[in-house]
Structures are given as structure tokens and as C-alpha cells.
Design a protein around this ligand. Sequence first.
Ligand SMILES: [Zn+2]
Length: 198
Amino acid sequence: MAEVRARVDFKVGANSSIDAELLSFHGLKTEKEHVAVIFKHADQTQQSPLVRMHSECLTGDVFHSSRCDCGEQLDETINRMGESGGIILYLRQEGRGIGLYNKIDAYKLQSEGMNTYEANNHLGFGDDLRDFTEAAQMLEALGIKKIRLVTNNPKKVNDLKSYGIEIEQVVNTSAHVKEGNEGYLKAKRSHGKHNLDL
Ligand SMILES: [Zn+2]
């Protein structure tokens, strides 16, 4: 069973003004350095905390790339949880699990006309290699069995349920459409069955 390795206070968000805690773990299934960010708030006394599983996206999270909506989704989650509490499980599985360099190869194929799933398939990868087992392990280490999951992705809901986490409610995120990511979002909706209002 996974356990919390260390936890420290820090402040996050655009103005570094939101109180939160950063947690590391040991005993996770892989050596990946996943972290949890816990937002403290009065509402945190609720039995089922808001939880967002965010898979690392260097280009979106750090550089707010035009090609996806990951950075905007992360910012939205930080602001929401800053107000009402919650937990971000930040999972180090870049590019839906194929890694950064492969993602850049996939971007090149997308520039030549493929959609995000076709590009991954062309490189020999499945649609989505992300594994949420460790997210469930992290929740278990925190003693959390029932959550409200922030996502538009039905696969995340089904995966977490299969690992024994009870989903009391699914909370959708906004659609963050901008120049350059319309095709990406449409593919997520039509092929990945994301619940996106575009
Ligand atoms: Zn992204």
C-alpha cells in the first residue's frame, strides 16, 4: 500500500496567494514522481472532496501551448479548488502516456493533417496509455474512498471506479477553445467521448 512520504505547505496560483499542501508518496506502482496538491478550505470538511486527476503536459501546463487546453484546465482547477477546497493529483504521464518526445512527433503528424488520436496510432501507440492506478493508490494513502471527480472524460470515471474509488458526482470543466486547439477539442469530444460543450 502506498503511503505519504512528505508533505509541505506552499502557496500557488497566479499570485501565489492560494494556500495548499504539496505531497509526495512512496510505494506507488511505478517510479514516476506523482504529486498531490491539497487545497485547504472550510469546505474540505465535506466527506467527498473535489478531485482532479491532471496528467502532466509540459507544453500546455508550463507554456500554455495553442495545441491543447491542459494549462487552462489546470488554472481553472486551481482557482476552483482555491475557493472550495479539493485535491489535484498531478500525474507524470506526459502526452496521454506516450512521453514528451513522442508527443512532439505526434504534433508533427497533426500539423500534416492527422488528429491527435490518429497521430498516436500512426506512431504505434494506443489512443490513451494513461494509467490511473496510481491516482487510486494516492487517494488510498490519503484515506479517501469517495470523491467528486472534476473531469469531462468518461474513461477517468470508469477507471477510478474499477480501482474501488466511489464517484459521488462528476463535475465538468469548461471548454477552453482558442485559436489552434479547436481540432484537438473536437477530436476529444467525437473520438474520446469527452463531455465538451464546444
Ligand atoms: Zn496538453
